[in-house]
Design a binder for this molecule. Structure first.
Ligand code: SF4
Ligand code: FES
Length: 251
């Protein structure tokens, strides 16, 4: 395949950015999107030019580092697929592809396609520890958890912290991420003692980081490579109201 790329290049956080045009030849449809960028970078390096900076680690869709906008869509055109799991067969010979970093005030660009997502780490950190001693794995497995709750907690825990939800949201809200992180503990018995404080602290940190508010667009769920449901945001709002009112009753 032969492709024309328009890639956002930015030397540093305080430098102006611009789109640079590159021709990518000899691209196999079996390559992943990141392998295609590797080929472009090898070519740039062979000419003594600065390679395109982009984040990646596992390249297996599990670490969440590889986020980028591809033709204006977080992680590109394939649903439920992170950029590292996107293959070039999703594109056609002769395509023009626009590649840009996440755009959000709370995710400042560090260089080219790399943004600072440490705000996510601070939201998780704000949740704090759970005080329940869970023991070793066999002890954990001995605690009875209703199957429905276990499944819902596990689904929430599949969030990889990539930030696509923020990039897709017109408000740059991180509510889907925060809701997933709140829910996977709130749904389990071990998460109950600190449930109220945790949701208050994590939502407080979300706001302090400069992420926007959720106004129910649903773009986050559509962009999420792990299919995290906006239902978790509804659950988060219920937890938040109860915690704010100090009412830990059922319902
Ligand atoms: S909720 Fe989905 S899109 Fe948002 S950080 Fe988690 S995995 Fe990524
Ligand atoms: S590089 Fe780990 S999810 Fe893409």
């Amino acid at each position: 395949m032969k492709l024309t790329l328009h890639v956002w290049r930015q030397d540093g956080p305080n430098d102006p950015g611009r789109h640079e045009r590159y021709e990518a030849d000899d691209i196999s449809e079996h390559m992943s999107f990141l392998e295609m960028l590797d080929v472009v970078n090898e070519e740039l390096e062979s000419k003594g030019e600065e390679p395109i900076a982009f984040d990646h680690d596992c390249r297996e869709g599990i670490c969440g580092t590889c986020g980028m906008m591809i033709n204006g869509v977080p992680h590109g055109p394939k649903t439920l697929t992170s950029a590292c799991q996107l293959h070039m067969r999703s594109f056609s010979d002769g395509d023009e592809i626009w590649i840009e970093p996440w755009r959000a005030t709370a995710f400042p660009v560090l260089k080219d396609l790399v943004v600072d997502r440490s705000g996510f780490d601070r939201i998780i950190q704000a949740g704090g520890y759970i005080s329940v001693r869970t023991g070793s794995a066999p002890d954990g497995n001995a605690i009875p958890v209703p199957k429905e709750d276990a499944d819902a907690a596990f689904d929430a825990a599949t969030c990889i912290g990539c930030g696509a939800c923020v990039a897709a949201c017109p408000n740059a809200s991180a509510m889907l991420f925060t809701a997933a992180k709140v829910a996977h503990l709130a749904l389990l018995p071990q998460g109950q003692p600190e449930r109220d404080e945790r949701v208050l602290r994590m939502v407080g940190q979300h706001d302090a980081e400069g992420f926007g508010n959720c106004t129910n667009h649903g773009a986050c769920e559509a962009a999420c490579p792990k299919g995290i449901s906006v239902d978790y945001i509804a659950q988060l709002n219920r937890d938040l109201i109860r915690a704010t009112l100090g009412d830990r009753g059922e319902g």
